[in-house]
Each structure stands twice: as structure tokens, then as C-alpha cells.
Design a protein around this ligand. Structure first.
Ligand SMILES: C[S@@+](CC[C@H](N)C(=O)[O-])C[C@H]1O[C@@H](n2cnc3c(N)ncnc32)[C@H](O)[C@@H]1O
Length: 224
């Protein structure tokens, strides 16, 4: 997920992070510039060497030290309850055993610690979800194992973390509303998550824009 248009999403998701932050799918380090000054260290997990080499300049430019602690979110050699927060952006779609990775997140978070996430996933619109299911195998082959149809809220809840403040919305509708001058909160009101309505063209537009553009954004807490 590239470029300046994504900065507003990254900034929102990074708000409130502090202390030692574990980031799953660190990629090329695009969240680094959005981390609050209270973050003391990033513990980065990234399997791709291309990603980590692309991150080098961002790491050098950041005041926050970055330590690579593993290549797979499913299994990390870190102590139980050793991190303050976990950050994950557009990565839960790609991790092969996502339930296992989320159970690692729960193991590693200190009590009261939180997972901050923004992901794309399964649309609540049945017509779009059917297309997500159909296209999933091909999509995964084309885009490095990315899944279109994961219900991120359900996965997070099933890990035993408690969801706080989850927002689910169509990114294209939300972005359009925001370009018209609405705030993020106001723009969500323009992003209904009901079923398909309208004519064929309108429904086609919805299916294509939500295939990989239905967002799950929020915070989940590990209770003490
Ligand atoms: C779409 S990219 C997102 C990168 C970054 N989080 C961002 O927001 O730009 C998905 C990332 O997940 C990483 N990834 C894939 N499998 C993973 C795994 N098992 N554990 C952790 N990260 C993984 C990929 O290498 C890639 O960097």
C-alpha cells in the first residue's frame, strides 16, 4: 500500500502507540514516519529481503531504533508479555496462518497492551463477497499470497483479544467523501456496509472497488 494517499490511514492507526512496538509485516518501513515520539523501539517482523532493503533509508532517517526480530509472524522467539503494542497494516491478508500469528500477538502483548490494525478484507456485501471467494485463488497467486476474503474482525476476536473501536468501510467511498471536505468520521456515514443496491453499473463499481478495498481499522486489547 503505497504513497501519500495512504498517509492519513497510517497516521490514524499509529496514534496512541508507545514503548516497545512489534510490527508484523514491516515491509519497507512506511509506518515509521507516523509513529508517535513515545515509541521507544520497533521490533520488526518481515520475511522479504526486498522489503527490508527498501526499508534501509527510512530506518536511517528515523529517530526510533528498529530491530528485526523474525521473519514469520506465526512464530517469534520473544518472551511472553514482552511488548507494549503490536502494529499491523495490510498484512493479515497475506500471513499464511493468520490465526496462529494472532495467537502470537496475544502471547506477546503485555496485559492492557493493544493491537492497532488496518487491513482489507471480506466485504459485508454478499455479491462482492461472492466475487472475493471466486477470485481468491487467482489473486493469491498474483499478489504474493494475499487473501481477499478474510473477515478481519472475526479473526481478531477469535484470537481472544477484545475489539475496541473497529471501523469497517469502503475505502473508495470514504476517500471520495473526504475529498469533498468531510472529516473521516463524517465520511464513514457515506460508506454504508449494507447489501448491493442500484443498477448493474453501480453494483459493478461497488464490487470492483471493494474487492481489495473494504477496510477494517481499529484497536484490540489484551485484557489483564
Ligand atoms: C502488503 S504488504 C504490507 C507492508 C506494510 N505493512 C505496509 O503497510 O506497507 C504485506 C507484508 O506482509 C509480509 N508478510 C508476508 N508473510 C508474512 C508473515 N508470515 N509474517 C509477517 N509478515 C509477513 C510481506 O512480506 C509484506 O511485507
Amino acid at each position: 500500500m503505497l504513497g501519500a494517499p495512504m498517509d492519513a490511514y497510517r497516521a490514524r492507526v499509529c496514534a496512541g502507540l508507545s514503548g516497545d512496538v512489534l510490527e508484523l509485516g514491516f515491509g519497507s518501513g512506511r509506518n515509521l514516519a507516523h509513529l508517535p515520539v513515545d515509541v521507544k523501539r520497533v521490533l520488526a517482523v518481515e520475511p522479504s529481503e526486498v522489503g527490508t532493503s527498501l526499508a534501509a533509508n527510512r530506518i536511517a532517517a528515523s529517530d526510533i531504533p528498529v530491530e528485526f526480530v523474525g521473519r514469520s509472524g506465526e512464530e517469534l522467539a520473544l518472551e511472553n508479555e514482552s511488548v507494549d503494542h503490536v502494529l499491523v497494516t495490510w498484512t493479515l491478508c497475506t500471513i499464511p496462518d493468520v490465526a496462529r500469528a494472532l495467537s502470537e500477538v496475544r502471547r506477546l502483548l503485555k496485559p492492557g497492551g493493544t493491537l492497532h490494525f488496518i487491513e482489507h478484507g471480506r466485504s459485508p456485501d454478499p455479491e462482492t463477497a461472492r466475487w472475493q471467494d471466486r477470485l481468491n485463488p487467482l489473486w493469491g497467486r498474483l499478489f504474493g499470497g494475499c487473501h481477499l476474503d478474510r473477515s478481519i474482525d472475526e479473526l481478531v476476536r477469535n484470537s481472544g483479544l477484545v475489539l475496541r473501536d473497529v471501523k469497517m468501510y469502503s475505502m473508495s467511498r470514504e476517500r471520495k467523501a473526504r475529498l469533498q471536505g468531510l472529516s473521516f468520521e463524517e465520511s464513514l456515514a457515506h460508506s454504508p456496509d449494507g447489501t448491493s443496491t442500484g443498477g448493474t453499473l453501480e453494483r459493478l463499481g461497488r464490487v470492483t472497488s471493494e474487492l481489495a478495498g473494504f477496510a477494517y481499522e481499529g484497536v484490540a486489547e489484551k485484557l489483564a
